[in-house]
Write a protein that binds this ligand. Structure first.
Ligand SMILES: *[C@@H]1O[C@H](CO)[C@@H](O)[C@H](O)[C@H]1NC(C)=O
Ligand SMILES: [Zn+2]
Length: 457
């Protein structure tokens, strides 16, 4: 054990190579009792194991990889507890190898596509080229800098229009908070590109949402982690703070440190020392402060599982306007399914992934800024390839997700009692009442004067 620890230390501190997942097996377990659930929860402590779907409840899938060295020992112990196990693949590295990573060639827009994945520098260069080519519509700015000195970019796209008054509300789109979920950043760059090119868009419904809002994208909130997932460890999830990293999506100031987190630095869901201890979460705080009061939609993109998740993740209850947002979510699911038959499920974190979590970005955004429409998307797939999603699925994933977003933003907005609209319609109502009272007062005064004038003696 000591020897293994020394080897691990050697590996993590001295080896500059990329971690190989050659012959790692991707397993799916379905626990049938609490003992099995606890056994699965302890996997990362007992074996060289990486969780793909975290344990939640009895009878719910748990997906994870196990190294070839630990496979026999693991299978023996799983067998002893009569665990139901299936093998998804016996060589995870082979799945990762098909995730082609392409380079972007400066000022050649067509070299950026959605049939490949891209590294941080390429994405950033592409964003800079977009900002300089379309400088009247696109604004690129920095909302923070990571420990490894990478900028965290935000991109604002605001189409000028004669017909739409400039009191548009803002849509915030967050991508790449979890390093290994590459489809997240791929999708956000796709949506950004499509919103930018909306004037040439044939679909009227899409054009409507592109023009109706002020769009703010953060395509890659965790560039340090993302780079690490490309160069060192494909399954890296957190940022790179103190080598162990912090799960940024547990670091926001909403029920911080209470549920669905770990206080151990080596855990995949380590929440950090305190809320907003991380530069990435602070960057998001800066962004929402900048647009304070105008944000109507906040969408965060993750993978995988095919879920639309509505706040709040730390409770089982359906709070605030949950029912209204869920009604729209059900329509979104229909729209998503129409294109390629992809099935989604909508609900709270507990309703969908089956466990509660705290310190989540969207939940904090909804609570702190009273943003009425907040949704976390767990994109494709349901675990066939998981984080190793093939490049051939990037475009279909992007297209169906855009279909869902068109419904989300067109929504049944007038009939929905949202947090935002409640406030503004109350205000408008109050204004009308004041106007009417003033008018009545004015008429009364006029009448008085008239009477005084006519009958002054
Ligand atoms: C993976 O397993 C195959 C078949 O057992 C073996 O030939 C190969 O050498 C293994 N690769 C590594 C890197 O261990
Ligand atoms: Zn995620």
């Amino acid at each position: 054990m000591l020897f293994e620890t020394i080897i691990m230390l050697f590996f993590t501190t001295l080896c500059d190579c990329q971690r190989s997942y050659d012959n790692y097996t991707l397993f799916r377990a379905i626990p049938v009792n609490e003992d099995q659930l606890r056994f699965l929860e302890s996997l990362p402590d007992m074996y060289d194991a990486q969780m793909w779907i975290f344990p939640s409840q009895v009878l719910r899938n748990v997906d994870f990889t196990i190294s070839p060295e630990d496979k026999v020992k693991f299978m023996l112990e799983a067998n002893q507890s009569q665990m139901y196990l299936t093998t998804i693949t016996t060589d995870v590295q082979k799945l990762f190898n098909q995730q082609t990573v392409k380079s972007y060639v400066r000022r050649q827009m067509t070299t950026f596509d959605w049939n490949n994945y891209y590294r941080t520098d390429d994405i950033y260069e592409w964003l800079k080229d977009l900002a300089s080519t379309y400088n009247t519509v696109v604004k690129l700015f920095t909302i923070g800098t990571t420990l490894e000195k990478r900028p965290i970019y935000a991109v604002e796209i605001s189409h000028t229009s004669n017909t739409i008054p400039d009191s548009r509300s803002t849509v915030v789109v967050e991508g790449g908070i979890h390093a290994r979920e590459w489809i997240s950043t791929a999708f956000v760059t796709y949506l950004l590109y499509k919103i930018l090119h909306a004037p040439a868009e044939a679909d009227e419904n899409f054009q409507k949402i592109a023009f109706a809002y002020n769009w703010v994208f953060v395509p890659l909130l965790n560039p340090d982690g993302y780079e690490y997932s490309h160069t060192k460890d494909r399954l890296w999830r957190k940022n790179r703070n103190n080598n162990n990293g912090v799960d940024i999506n547990r670091n926001f100031d909403i029920a911080f440190g209470t549920i669905g987190i770990s206080k151990h630095e080596t855990s995949e869901i380590y929440c950090g020392a305190k809320a907003f201890s991380e530069r990435e979460s602070v960057a998001m705080y800066n962004l929402l402060e900048k647009y304070n009061g105008t944000v109507e939609y906040y969408m965060a993109f993750h993978s995988f599982g095919q879920y639309l998740i509505i706040p709040y993740a730390h409770v089982k209850d359906h709070l605030e306007n949950f029912d209204d947002v869920k009604a729209i979510g059900l329509e979104m699911i229909e729209a998503i399914k129409r294109r390629h038959g992809t099935n989604y499920v909508v609900g709270t974190a507990y309703d969908t992934v089956g466990y509660q979590t705290s310190g989540v970005s969207g939940c904090w955004a909804k609570k702190a800024y009273r943003i009425p429409y907040v949704m976390t998307f767990e994109l494709r797939d349901t675990g066939v390839e998981g984080f190793a999603l093939s490049p051939k699925y990037i475009e279909p994933t992007c297209k169906e997700t855009v279909d869902g977003i068109v419904v989300f933003l067109n929504g049944k907005k007038r009939s929905v009692k949202s947090l935002h609209e409640n406030n503004s319609s109350n205000e408008a109502h109050l204004k009308n009442v004041v106007l009417i009272l003033n008018f009545v007062l004015f008429i009364t005064l006029c009448f008085d004067y008239l009477m005084a004038f006519l009958f002054h003696d």
